[in-house]
Design a protein around this ligand. Structure first.
Ligand SMILES: [Zn+2]
Length: 186
């Protein structure tokens, strides 16, 4: 398990009420991830919360949009900017099902997000504590507080199930292809 020097990734220190609130918003992010899944996109979802209201939602649309920058967090931030008529998302918190990448971490710093809560850790691309922590680096002019592992089992399962299904489909496809080839031979 990854942790940062700041020590604020520890969801175990939450009160029951805090847990209820944060898990509620993470479930909203999971709902967004499910929308991506329906489009056969890698299921990642995000919401931006301001004063107990969702002001931005987003889910990964990389395949649908043919655009490498259409990550869930980017879309949620853009919508929040639009909703609040402000590039500055002070006092806004962002919930995302997977640890943010460098691009999204950058967007969070630029938009002055207050706190990011993420679910699963990303061993290959996470820059909110796994590979590095861009969000709390004091050399930037803004730091974003980070809490990882919110609804960890659910957010992990979301991705694991998706890739498992993908592998099964690929395998079935190969099998079907082989069957057709053998038929041709016969
Ligand atoms: Zn990203």
């Amino acid at each position: 398990m990854t942790s940062t020097e700041e020590g604020n990734t520890d969801t175990n220190q939450w009160t029951a009420k805090e847990r209820r609130v944060h898990e509620y918003w993470m479930r909203e992010a999971i709902k967004e991830a499910r929308k991506a899944e329906k489009l056969r996109e890698v299921p990642i979802g995000a919401v931006v919360v301001y004063q107990n209201q969702i002001v931005g939602r987003g889910h990964n649309l990389r395949e649908t949009s043919h655009n490498a920058t259409t990550h869930a967090e980017m879309l949620a931030i853009q919508e929040a900017n639009h909703t609040l008529d402000n590039w500055r998302l002070a006092d806004c918190d962002l919930y995302v099902t997977l640890e943010p990448c460098p691009m999204c971490s950058g967007a969070m710093i630029l938009s002055r997000i207050r706190h990011v809560y993420f679910g699963a850790y990303d061993q290959k691309g996470g820059t909110a504590g796994t590979l590095m922590n861009l969000l709390t680096d004091s050399r930037f002019n803004h730091q974003v507080e980070v809490t990882g592992g919110v609804l960890l089992d659910d957010t992990k399962a979301l991705l694991q199930n998706f890739f498992k299904q993908l592998r099964a489909e690929k395998k079935a496809m190969k099998k079907a292809k082989r069957a057709i080839e053998n038929e041709d031979k016969g």
